[in-house]
Write a protein of this length. Sequence first.
Length: 128
Amino acid sequence: MGKRRLCPCGTGVPYGECCGRLHRGEAKAETAEQLMRSRYSAFAVGDVDYLLATWHPATRPSSLDLDPGLRWQRLDIVRVADGGPSDRRGTVEFRAHYVQGRHAGELHEVSRFVRQEDAWVYVEGKVF
């Protein structure tokens, strides 16, 4: 049996046991950070349906086109404020590293999340 692929979100857990469970609808994110990690992983594996499903309806785009030439390399969580299992709101600051062609880059964002109908959803982010 080959080595199981680790989750792109950086937990060190195999994808199928980590964010893959959320992407398949077998579990829901318990915290804003877990939703942030699962959304990063969805970008990394190209799961547009999951990204749209976890986006707040008031700010969700009607469609989402991912750049096939962009490869997400690493996620670093910088800061988490609130967003725990009993919170209604949370903020996650992160740095997402990518490669596009020969260019390496970084997306630095502070994302806002809310709990809606007992599930965490992404509201918006401020990019630095």
